[in-house]
Design a protein around this ligand. Structure first.
Ligand code: NAD
Ligand code: MG
Length: 400
């Protein structure tokens, strides 16, 4: 029996993970459920899955969680705050952690799970972008096992499950749907709204990653993620736009052979792989009918219209704290875009500004990375506030 702690249980990945868990009561059990601040949604999940522990990050949501669990007649113990969440990640009562908190907020619990030697179903790509070396070192040192839950990295994991399979590896290619604005020019992107940006054509996901998919920053974060997971430099990680989202990524060997993993765009496949590997279990995802799908198209990404992908490659090449600054500036910019404070094209502009402003600092320690994260957030927030004051909400396109 795998005892699973689901971090980000109320989100898109968390819900998919619980769907797979519920299909296998004989082999999977939800031991702990963790969310940000929505106590009511978490109580509902506890009714269904009856975990031993439930936690909210926001201490203000604690009374609602505790009282809701009590009113539901559940024995689930309520917890709140970042410390309690990290303790649940390390708790020996679970052997498997689904890391599906969104953003850098997921780093601490992900690190705690790695240090506790857990099987880590890693959806929270931001923790690898922010502190990839440290996280991978913790995994090695404490005997943890990462199964990537990003569909592309899960595809590569299935093609390259162990070191032996990597012999003769030439490069990997991540596929990208291209998002809702594929084919548009930069000028055509100036007026797009948050509602248009989160309406992803192929995947149903949380708002932050949906905007990242629309800017192609998601693919940029995934290039950095792949670098850490598979130990390849940026030059050996390519990106192919594939609008059907059926080929989830490809690995190419020196002899001309290419392996790919295909399937319908539904994260439950990756999660089932994560729970059962090296076995296979039912995920609830239908089989892929290629005759019904008809065709597979591929094109090169347009980094003029979507500069975030280029910025992420540059941050990876720069190394040090640059990926941490990229990620932090992006989180702040995406949040401001979703709240209607800035335009879509300001997202890459703000990220580029943060990378240029970043001092040359070594990034050997977690403290140094967190300092770079905090500095990039502060400077990005200040730039957003200045743009609001001057009325140039989308500051750069106002000048050009
Ligand atoms: P989401 O917005 O749907 O859910 C986020 C979850 O995190 C929610 O449960 C929320 O309550 C919780 N949360 C937010 N802040 C928190 C905090 N400070 N402490 C504890 N919990 C907090 O997001 P999502 O789409 O499920 O994405 C989650 C992660 O998985 C992201 O890193 C994303 O990049 C990655 N991912 C998602 C998908 C997808 O299909 N949705 C695919 C690949 C990777
Ligand atoms: Mg992905």
């Amino acid at each position: 029996m795998r005892r699973v702690a689901v971090f980000g249980a109320t989100g898109s990945i968390g819900t998919s993970a619980l769907d797979v868990i519920a299909r296998h009561p004989d082999r999977l059990r939800a031991e702990a459920l963790v969310a940000g601040g929505n106590a009511a949604a978490l109580v509902e999940l506890c009714r269904r899955h009856r975990p031993a522990h439930a936690a909210v990050a926001d201490p203000a949501a604690y009374p609602a969680l505790r009282d809701g669990l009590r009113a539901a007649g559940l024995a689930t113990e309520a917890h709140a705050g970042a410390g309690a969440i990290d303790a649940l990640a390390a708790d020996a009562a679970s052997d498997t952690v689904v890391a599906a908190i969104v953003g850098a907020a997921g780093l601490s619990s992900t690190l705690a799970a790695a240090r506790a030697g857990k099987r880590l179903l890693l959806a929270n790509k931001e923790s690898l972008v922010l502190a990839g070396e440290l996280l991978m070192a913790a995994v090695r040192e404490h005997g943890a096992r990462i199964v990537p839950i990003d569909s592309e990295h899960n595809a590569i994991f299935q093609c390259l499950p162990d070191a032996e399979a990597r012999a003769g590896l030439a490069r990997i290619r991540l596929t990208a749907s291209g998002g809702p604005f594929r084919g548009r020019t930069r000028a055509e992107l100036a007026g797009v709204t948050p509602a248009q940006a989160v309406a992803h054509p192929k995947w149903s996901m949380g708002p932050k990653i949906s905007v990242d998919s629309a800017t192609l920053m998601n693919k940029g974060l995934e290039v950095i993620e792949a670098h850490h997971l598979f130990g390849l430099p940026g030059e050996r990680i390519g990106v192919l736009v594939h609008p059907q989202s059926l080929v989830h990524s490809l690995v190419e060997f020196i002899d001309g052979s290419t392996l790919a993993q295909l399937g319908l765009p539904d994260m439950r496949t990756a999660l089932a792989v994560g729970f059962a590997w090296p076995e296979r279990i039912d995920s609830g995802v239908a089989s892929l009918d290629l005759l019904a799908q008809g065709r597979l198209d591929f094109e090169a990404p347009d980094t003029d219209a979507f500069p975030c992908l280029r910025l992420a490659y540059a941050a990876l090449a720069a190394g040090g704290a640059a990926p941490a600054a990229l990620n932090a500036a992006n989180e702040e910019a995406v949040s401001a875009f979703l709240q209607g404070e800035i335009g879509f094209l300001s997202i890459p502009d703000l990220v580029e500004d943060a990378l240029q402003r970043m001092p040359d600092a070594a990034a050997g320690s977690l403290d140094a990375l967190l300092a770079a994260d905090a500095a990039a957030r502060a400077s990005t927030r200040a730039a957003i506030a200045r743009a609001a004051v001057s009325g140039t909400v989308t500051h750069r396109e106002a000048r050009t």
